[in-house]
Write a protein that binds this ligand. Structure first.
Ligand SMILES: Cc1ncc(COP(=O)(O)O)c(C=O)c1O
Length: 455
C-alpha cells in the first residue's frame, strides 16, 4: 500500500471562525443594486420587507472578515470541515502530469454546498423573530438545504420548486417534506406571479423567485431566502475556500487553477474568493475557470447590464451578465445552473478578466461525470459535472505542455437524486440545447432600458 495520501482532513476545531468578504478588495467602487420601481440605488430599507437586518448588514459589509456566529459554527460541525481529495485514479486514467484535487461538499445533510448559507440565513431570521422562510429551488438542492436549516432553528419553510425539476426529481420534494417544508410546483396557482406565467409549464428560477418573494412580502411573519447571487450568500460559502487553502497547505501544494461551476455563482465564489483575494493583493497568480451550460450561458454570452433578479421584476435590479429576466432556459438536467443572471461580484471579476468563463453542452458534461464516477467513485450532480469537464480540459492542457499543474475543483454536490438524468445519458437520449443568436437578440430587446448603462 502506498503512503501517498488520498484525502486531507481537518478537525472540527478548524471550522473557519470568519467568512471572507471580497468586497473591500475589489477594484473600484461596487455598483449599487437599484430599487425596482424608482431605479435609484437601493438602500437597506428596500431590503427590510424580505430580509433580516443581520443579513442586510453582511450584504453591504465593508469588513474584509465577518465573524461566524458560534451557533452557526456549531451547526457547521454536522458536516464541516469537508474533505479534500487528491484524484489520483482520475490522474492515472487521464495520463496527465497535472495534480488534481477536489473539495467535496456532497457530504452535507442536503448533499451539496447549499447548507453553508442556509444555516446562517435561518439563524439570522430566527434571531430576529421571523417564523417562516419562503424560497425557490431549481435543482431541489437549495430547497432541501433550507428545509433542513429551518428545522434546526424552529422555522417553517415554504418552497416553490421549478416545474421541470419537480417532475425530474420527485425525491428531492420528499426530502424537503421529510424536513417539514411545504413544496409547490412552480409556476403555481398560489401567487399572482405564478398565475401570470402559467404558459411556461417547465418553469424557471426567475418565475419561482417571483412567487417566493410575493409570498414573503405579503406576510410580515415571513421572510425570503435566496440560495445564490447575493453578496451575503457568496460570503457564507467562503468556508469552502478557506478550508481548501489549509488542506492544500497540508498537501504541500498551491493551486495553479481553481475550477467551479456557476449557476448564480455561490459555490464558485465559495472555493475561489479566498484565493482571488490573494491574487488581488499580489500574493499569487492563480487562474480561475467558471463552467456554465451552453443552454444558459450567462457569463460567456450574456449582456453586462442592470437587470431584475426575478421574472416579473419584483427584486432589485443588479449589475450582472444577463440573458434577460424573463428568459426561460431549456429544461437541462443541471437545474441549479438554469438562472438568467449571475452574482454581481463574480460578474465584475469576469469583466476584469480575473475569472475565465467556459460553456459546455449537456452530453460532454455527463461524459466527464461518468469518467469521474468510474475512477473516483463519487457520482457528481449534473451542475459540478460542468466543472469536471473543465478540469479534464485543464488536465489535457497540462499534458500537452508537459507541466505538473495543480488543479483544484469544487465538487459541490452528489448526483444521487439525478439518476434519471444519468439514465437518459446512458440511453443516448440527452439533448444538447444551445442558446442561439436569435435568443440573444430577443433577450437584449427585453432588458429594462430605463436604467443607467454600465461600462
Ligand atoms: C449541486 C449544485 N451545484 C451548483 C448549483 C449552482 O448554484 P451556485 O452557482 O450558486 O453554486 C446548484 C444550485 O442549485 C446546485 O444545486
Amino acid at each position: 500500500m502506498s503512503d501517498a495520501p488520498t484525502k486531507f482532513l481537518l478537525s472540527e476545531r478548524d471550522v473557519p471562525t470568519h467568512w471572507v468578504n471580497l468586497l473591500p478588495d475589489l477594484p473600484g467602487e461596487p455598483l449599487p443594486p437599484l430599487n425596482p420601481q424608482t431605479k435609484q440605488p437601493a438602500g437597506p430599507e428596500d431590503l427590510t420587507p424580505i430580509f433580516p437586518m443581520g443579513l442586510i448588514g453582511q450584504e453591504v459589509s465593508p469588513e474584509p472578515l465577518v465573524e461566524i456566529p458560534p451557533e452557526v459554527r456549531e451547526a457547521y460541525k454536522l458536516w464541516r470541515p469537508t474533505p479534500l481529495f487528491r484524484a489520483r485514479r482520475l490522474e492515472r486514467a487521464l495520463d496527465t502530469p497535472a495534480h488534481l484535487y477536489y473539495k467535496y461538499e456532497g457530504g452535507s445533510p442536503a448533499g451539496s454546498h447549499k447548507p453553508n448559507t442556509a444555516v446562517p440565513q435561518a439563524f439570522e431570521n430566527a434571531r430576529e423573530g421571523i417564523r417562516k422562510l419562503v424560497t425557490e429551488t431549481g435543482a431541489g438542492q437549495w430547497g432541501s438545504a433550507l428545509a433542513f436549516a429551518c428545522g434546526l432553528f424552529g422555522l417553517e419553510c415554504e418552497v416553490f420548486m421549478v416545474g421541470s425539476s419537480y417532475d425530474q426529481k420527485p425525491y428531492r420534494r420528499s426530502m424537503m417534506q421529510t424536513w417539514g417544508a411545504t413544496v409547490h410546483r412552480s409556476p403555481s396557482s398560489e401567487t399572482q406571479a405564478g398565475r401570470s406565467q402559467a404558459e411556461h409549464a417547465t418553469g424557471s428560477l426567475g418565475i419561482a423567485i417571483s412567487e417566493a418573494v410575493e409570498v414573503a412580502a405579503g406576510d410580515e411573519r415571513a421572510n425570503y431566502a435566496l440560495g445564490s447571487v447575493l453578496n451575503h450568500v457568496l460570503l457564507h460559502q467562503t468556508v469552502i475556500g478557506q478550508e481548501a487553502m489549509a488542506q492544500m497547505e497540508m498537501a504541500g501544494e498551491e493551486p495553479d487553477v481553481v475550477v467551479g461551476c456557476v449557476g448564480g455563482g455561490s459555490n464558485f465564489a465559495g472555493i475561489a474568493f479566498p484565493f482571488v483575494r490573494r491574487v488581488l493583493r499580489g500574493e499569487a497568480s492563480t487562474r480561475f475557470v467558471a463552467a456554465e451550460p451552453a443552454a444558459c450561458p450567462t457569463l460567456t454570452r450574456g449582456a453586462y447590464r442592470y437587470d431584475f433578479g426575478d421574472t416579473v421584476g419584483m427584486t432589485p435590479l443588479m449589475p450582472m451578465y444577463t440573458l434577460g429576466h424573463d428568459f426561460v432556459p431549456p429544461p437541462v438536467h443541471a437545474g441549479g445552473l438554469r438562472y438568467h443572471g449571475d452574482a454581481p461580484m463574480l460578474c465584475g471579476l469576469v469583466k476584469e478578466g480575473l475569472v475565465e468563463a467556459r460553456a459546455y453542452r449537456q452530453n460532454e458534461t455527463f461524459e466527464a461525470a461518468l469518467r469521474f464516477a468510474r475512477t473516483e467513485g463519487v457520482i457528481p450532480a449534473p451542475e459540478p459535472a460542468h466543472a469536471i469537464r473543465a478540469v479534464l480540459e485543464e488536465a489535457e492542457a497540462a499534458k500537452q505542455a508537459g507541466e505538473e499543474r495543480v488543479i483544484l475543483l469544487n465538487l459541490c454536490g452528489h448526483g444521487h437524486f439525478d439518476l434519471a438524468a444519468y439514465d437518459a445519458y446512458l440511453a443516448g437520449q440527452l439533448e444538447d440545447p444551445e442558446f442561439s443568436e436569435a435568443d440573444m437578440q430577443a433577450a437584449l430587446e427585453r432588458l429594462p432600458d430605463d436604467v443607467p448603462a454600465i461600462a
